[in-house]
Design a binder for this molecule. Sequence first.
Ligand code: PXP
Length: 239
Amino acid sequence: MLLGVNIDHIATLRNARGGHEPDILTAVRICKDCDVASITTHLREDRRHIKDEDVELVRKFPRVRLNLEMAMTKEMQEIALRIRPHAVCIVPEKRQEVTTEGGLDVAGQIDWAIEFTKPLLEKNIEVSFFIDPDVHQISAVSKTGAPFIELHTGKYSNAYGTNEEEKAFQDLKGAAIFAQNFGLKVNAGHGLNYENVHRMHEIPYLQELNIGHSIISRAVFVGLEKAVKEMKALCENKQ
Ligand code: PXP
């Protein structure tokens, strides 16, 4: 499996003082030198971490594949069409939440999802929907023309090591198989860390894991390069 690194919390730390440190582009360079598959930034409606200019700078960084996470709003669609990231991952967003708490309800807004996706695909932007492992959501995504889903692994991550783990894990595995049968490619992410990531190898067809919080947290103690390399090894090699 490939590793995409979410650098939002480099920006969280930077914004705590309002200056330039830690520098986003230094983080991008370190991740690129570790040969990660992509850099993810979530441009939230409230700009609480990543800012518009960050997205533009990451997009211009040579030989870096930008995955822009964003809500399914007109504003974000316009930004994506202007900046043209390599990929977008469409996520639900609530202002009050600390992080993306669940998957997007694509089935409940299918007409808007189709309309939203079309111009992005026409600009050759790879589109992915961040959804819970749910067959109705997967079949809805297949109607939009988007080639990818990203499975929300939050339930599995929270349940890891408890009685709930197996059910949450089997839901992910079943969803990945179901999606593959629909011709969709499958990524996954949220809450994955150095302990729980190993079970992702048991899920067939997973292409890329998008991981942020655990990597940036570990980087505080061991440095970003080491933190990324360790996670990349866990993604690439079955233990
Ligand atoms: N994938 C998506 C779509 C997300 O919204 C997030 C969190 O921003 C992640 C992956 C990464 O989650 P975490 O920071 O918990 O690794």
